[in-house]
Design a protein around this ligand. Sequence first.
Ligand code: ZN
Length: 242
Amino acid sequence: MRVAVISDIHANLHALEAVLDEIDAEPPDALWCLGDLVGYGARPNECCAIVRERADVCLLGNHDLVALGRIDIGDFNPEAAAAAAWSRDALDEESREFLESLAPSAGVKQAQLFHASARDPVWEYVLTDEAALATLLLTTADVVLVGHSHVALAIALEGDTVRGGLAPAGSEVELRGARLLLNPGSVGQPRDGDPRAAWLLLDFDRRFASFRRAAYPIERTQRELRAAGLPEALAARLALGQ
Ligand code: ZN
């Protein structure tokens, strides 16, 4: 079975379309999405409609929850808060209904999935060895998938320690032996210095994970953010991958 994993789309339609074009070039058996479909970007309803149509599993992220009014805007930094308020107004009934049907974690036969972490599926950033170890010790699946940090990662559990870290474009990891925690990186707002849209291919038959990046027309997304009156910093950071 081959599975494409996407996360943190953040209403960036052009990034999502570029990733789906790459995925469709060699169609997988399933598509899993780790949440944060909306927030930051200007095309939330289009992204929700596409993911609702295409994903076999989809999680709910903190930005989805704030857009639904289920967590407080005050919990976000000023730019994210401004985007959250904008997204609340922009979400249509179908998007709202779809997001309301989701949860921040899920289990499937091949993996355990969390938007953020096993310790806190909504909020915790897995960016330290300690956090990665905690999630691996709280789970049992050979493959544990997290999003939320917008940084592509591959971390293996060896005994009671972890090894690994950043997973740049083209990285491949074997799915055998050690249990793994993998973060595909972000489709719509990468923060690991590579501005291209991130996704992950899992091949459970040939037993590897492959970290991919898709170039997309960043300036089109930036124009849409500016036209929507979203904070300039949110447009500027897309070109930097930060
Ligand atoms: Zn996110």
